[in-house]
Design a protein. Sequence first.
Length: 381
Amino acid sequence: MPQIRSNPSRSARGPLVAVVLPGNECFQPSAAGAIALLQAQLAPHACHTRPVIFATEPKKEAAFPGIPFWPIRPLPLPIPRSARYSHALKAALAQAQPDLIEVHNRPRLAIDLARRFPGCPVSLFLHNDPIAMKDARTVEKRIRLSRVLAGVTVVSAFLRDRYTGGHEDVAAPEVQPNCLDLAALPPSLPPEQREKLILFAGRLVEEKGADRFVAACRAVLPRRPGWRAMMIGASRLRPGKDLPYARSVRAEAEAAGIMVDGYQPHAAVLAAMARAAILVVPSLWEEPFGLVALEGMACGAAVLSSNRGGLPEVTGDAAILIDPDQPEQFASALLALTSDDARRAAVSEAGRVQAAGFDASLAAARLDALRLKTIRAWGQR
């Protein structure tokens, strides 16, 4: 049974914050997406607010243990799935009576909730490019969001700049970077004990550069005896059949001697990062943040990363940046890193230092302050 807090009592710990996940996000360990994982790591560290996660009720597994969770049970109505989720969510929020509603990655839902609960501040957290979202695509729509909502927050300076687009009329959102609970990571091996393994961890989709990884490893592995490469991932963030692109990448990878491990639970992915010598993040698209790179650094792998989107913000000077569309540069960087033990050790140590600034305890303190500021500002409007 899922953990249910049907009406969390108000206490001295601070205001109740309803953290609303997208309707398709699972708040359960084996099938959580990036947003759910982030909230599972942040919630236990909250000291001055009381976050409760509102998300679709898990079907086959309990929700993350120890975290206040309010399961949303959409009724089987003859309306779209998103509308059913919104309908059930509004009923739950009316019962919970939160002090702040925090909606993640759903601009339309945030606007609807602001209309439904005019006495409660509603904020929006964006984890993806707003320009790709229907209800945040234009300058006019983003101005409307700033006018209707109590606040907008993004996960990187890259997304902040995408949101404002250089327009003075668009209020700049707050930046709250993603984080990791460093204390919960698996024990990682020191550089000299790590497997001579080149790792890719992510969805097998074009924007993640899976085919670029295969091409680079195809060029490098014959020249590096004793090294091997592995891909962890599938078309989707859950078990299931691969789409045509993933099937093609899998076939090319296996022909090049690269192991393809398919979908794995998050804990297994972190365990692989904790033993691999090198993690490659060859994203082609403009990554909104770059959580995989952060995880790799925190787990002690030497990270070779794309230079797209928010990735340079996350890695700082602690990773080797490449252009994934420059195959010779990509392969050359990988050849150099596989041949230089001292360089890998230096990149690994720099990554650990960089990742320490993204610890969940630090992020939760910043988030507490932001939530309290939002509530105070709403009361003074």
